[in-house]
Design a protein around this ligand. Structure first.
Ligand code: TYM
Length: 333
């Protein structure tokens, strides 16, 4: 079966962007039945910027609880954390030697995260995309569901696979397909329609956290920035209206409808009508998930056991791939 791999960083809480752009679609691919699905908490990626150790532990467990609460079944999918499968780092080193400095320097996420003082960024932050390529290629994954912001990293993964195959005259690593689909591949800030919704935005009003209660969700949507016009008559009219489009996209993704279907229902309506409906929908869909996350967090030992078992299953796939890679490269075993 074609293999799906994707990862989420346990760096702070989960946002609605992570849920709609990634996690909800991970569940769809699991339920599709046509794929083997592998999902990873990328703790080694998280520490490319400083993480408080106790918070990292908690965020990793909470992320795992989020996966399960959102519908990932640890029997149907392989659910694990990256640092328990050493093959990621081992293959990552090989890819550090395949990837070129110039490729890494072009990565917009590095430029954004390193900021003005790139000399002070960790070496791990610079090499981040090579480890990401290792995550994917250690499983010979063919499909990688992600949000729009990961597109460049996935192109780099293909470049690394192609260069490895070329340099060693093999046809070993597959060229991975990014799966960037649906209405919510780029959920925007509720305060600024030109910026991505992000866990690192200083304003909590800019995002919906998966742990927000019903009041917080409703008040954030009520206060979400919009222009004063009512919604346009159809989807075309959303062009140039980033904030309106974002709220419509969120509605479409949460309700499993197309943007056209949402516009057929709400076209021409003022935000005073649309926002309360969106708030009700968001509370309906998100409250059960946050309640289940809280329940799962009461038993951290069970979460750790799930991650440990998932890591064993992951290693069964990744270890032979690494072994073959070492043979191709000429390492004496
Ligand atoms: P991370 O942890 O930043 O985000 C996890 C996933 O959530 C998506 N996402 C969004 N989608 C829509 N709108 C948003 N506002 C939004 N914010 C985040 C991201 O696109 C991502 O799919 N580098 C990755 C983690 C990673 C990975 C991998 C992914 C490591 N190895 C291998 C795929 C395959 C990252 O930082 O995701």
């Amino acid at each position: 079966a074609p293999r799906v791999f994707s990862g989420i960083q346990p760096s702070g809480g989960l946002t609605l962007g992570n849920y709609l752009g990634a996690m909800k679609r991970f569940v769809d691919m699991q339920e599709d039945g046509g794929y083997q699905t592998i999902y990873c908490m990328v703790d080694l990626h998280a520490i490319t910027v400083w993480q408080d150790p106790a918070k990292l532990t908690r965020a990793t467990r909470e992320l795992c609880a989020g996966f399960i609460a959102a519908g990932i079944d640890p029997e149907k999918s392989i659910l694990f954390n990256q640092s328990q499968v050493p093959e990621h780092t081992q293959l990552g080193w090989i890819f550090n030697c395949v990837a070129r400095m110039g490729w890494m320097k072009r990565m917009t996420q590095f430029k954004d995260k390193a900021g003005k003082n790139a000399e002070n960024a960790s070496l791990g932050l610079f090499g981040y995309p090579a480890l990401m390529a290792a995550d994917i290629l250690a499983y010979h994954a063919t499909h990688v569901p992600v949000g729009e912001d990961q597109k460049q990293h996935l192109e780099l993964t293909r470049d690394i696979a192609a260069k490895f195959n070329h340099d060693y005259s093999v046809d070993f690593f597959p060229l991975t397909e990014p799966v960037i689909e649906g209405a919510a591949t780029r959920v925007m800030s509720l305060r600024d329609g030109s910026r991505k919704m992000s866990k690192s935005d200083p304003s909590d009003m800019s995002r919906i956290n998966m742990t927000d209660d019903a009041d917080a969700i409703a008040s954030k949507i009520r206060k979400a920035r919009t222009d004063p016009e009512p919604l346009p008559g159809d989807a075309k009219g959303l062009e140039g209206r980033a904030e309106a489009r974002n709220l419509v996209n969120i509605y479409a993704a949460l309700s499993d409808q197309s943007v056209d279907q949402v516009m057929a229902e709400f076209g021409g309506q003022p935000f005073s009508v649309f926002k309360p409906r969106l708030a009700d929908l968001a509370v309906d869909k998100l409250s059960p998930i946050s309640a289940e996350m809280a329940r799962l967090m009461e038993d951290p030992a069970q979460i750790d056991a799930i991650l440990h078992r998932g890591s064993e299953r992951a290693r069964e796939i990744a270890a032979p791939v690494l072994k073959r890679t070492y043979e191709i490269v000429g390492m004496v075993r």
